[in-house]
Write a protein that binds this ligand. Sequence first.
Ligand code: ME8
Length: 647
Amino acid sequence: MGASRYYVTTPIYYPSDRLHIGHAYTTTIADSLARWHRLKGDEVFFLTGSDEHGQKIERRAKEAGTSPQAYVDAIVATFKDLWKRLHIQYDDFIRTTEPRHVRVVQEIFQRLEAQGDIYRSQYEGWYCVPCETFWTESRLVDGNCPDCGRPVEWVQEESFFFRLSKYMPRLLEHIERHPEFIQPESRRNEMIQFIKSGVEDLSVSRTTFEWGIPVPGHPGHVVYVWIDALTNYISAAGYLDDPDRFQRLWPADLHLVGKDILRFHTVIWPALLMALDLPLPRQVAGHGWILTETGKMSKSKGNVTDPIELIEEFGADRIRYFLLREIPFGQDGYFSREALIERSNADLSNDLGNLLHRTLSMLHRYQEGVIREPGPEEPLDRELAVLATGAFAAMDAKLQQLALNEALEELWKVIRRGNKYLDQAEPWALARDPAQAPRLARVLYTVAEALRLVALLVAPFLPQTGERIWHQLGLSGSVHQARQDQLRWGLLPAGTVVQKPEPIFPRLERETEEEPAPEPAAAPAPKEAPKAAPASEEVPEITIDEFARLDLRLARVVAAEPVKGADRLLKLQLDLGAETRQVVAGIAQSYKPEELVGRQVVVVANLKPARLRGELSQGMILAASGPDGRLGLVTVQEELPPGSRVR
Ligand code: ME8
């Protein structure tokens, strides 16, 4: 796959207010695609910015008692702060008040006027200030704006018009010839219908406000929103300033927008480009809405979720993962804290975090934290290697269709397979036989190497996570510097010293849970710890049938980690032969997690599941408690398969 150039954009957002999670959604998608193309070795240009002119901002600034420029300066600073916290790595941030942009807009206006594509006429119509949109009488709903429902104003003014209608036949032809131009498919059909229903020329100047780019040669007129805003995509690429650079960058590969502004990008923007004799962008893709229980999130409705608060609480990568994984591109999706917590616990803690933790714990426990020269590869190892090396192409194919959620699903197949691989390869059993050292080295090598690939492939989507896995694996440099050629299997060098495992995604407490059930832990709480073994006569006699109701099973501890905020609890993953279970046990004061991995324990397997500190516990492990509260785990003398019945 040869490297090529990749130019991706987000909308330039209005600095009329702070951004919300909906804006973060568009930008996270663009950032992930940009990072993916960097991994592929492409020359990437990822552009975002701010759309700073217009009547709404003029009014807001006035209300705030400040100048429009000072007003937008302050808000744009919050945009940049948000992008930093969300780890958005843009290559350029264009502000429409910058001279490099103003110059392009004025020159374009003049040129279109000179060639007769912009003409002077009279504009009359109903205008919605918050939406900055004109409406014909017939579109009004009860005399109000059909979009936001608020009152419209009658506006009559001299205005310049762009001959939009003239370009519609050419545009239709383009859309029909390039099925990839408008995504998703359903929106493409909508746009075709819209164009066929008849498009009028477009008013492109205003005399009713001042906060805009002056129309050259016509005092009193300022350029109206769309010519000003849309041209950011070429002004930032060096349209007039740097023709060589522009030549290299234009046309853009992807304009990523919300469905609200898809029409402007697929009707007005292509027509403007045609009038300027410039090639059209390869693709314009409109995504769906992030909704909350009160409907579409929007600044004017006041039901917005502040992404900065969420990032502070959950970390950027959990938010990014949720947005990318939960909502299929083009569809609307609900955002809720509950869903975020659930996604994070299931995919990030249980699958990814657990795989990393198990692998590193065992490398420390059995190999002093060193990746050893591996023994011969067996079919089971090959299977994981093939899946992990195939993931890049599988993900790339999904990303070309903008199916980011499915691309992540492809990667999670590798992660889940990695966990299953460990269960099947049983390194804890190999570790007990010195003759198996080369095999053990192979198993741990295989899973660590799979994790190296996971770090590279997850990094475009979850930049901090990729980096943390990379470092915990003991790899040098930054995962973000690595390129596609690093995705070959077997590049992890023997001799690498891995770091101590540090949980990358501690499980989050669910919020709607009832009070936790009493702990079915092996050990009672220290304050209740018996001073001596209770006398048997205190417990009533039972029959053999009553005893038989207990399903006691032998299990092997495959992973153990502390439970956040509970100093007595450990969360254990137990292999019961036919299944793996999670059990939370109150043994943290007697055992360290790393001491437990590989041990045989006895579990009450038919105990009703309970939640402890938000963690699911499916059973209870047995331990004897000594007079000082010290515990002794119950085990069996012989090596027997996990799942063996204890009676
Ligand atoms: O429209 N769900 O700026 P804007 C998902 N300046 N995405 C959402 C969203 C939601 N609930 N709400 C907003 C403008 N967005 C113009 C653009 S481009 C040349 C000019 C996202 O600040 C989505 O990407 O109103 C939408 O298109 C954009 O924010 C609108 O941002």
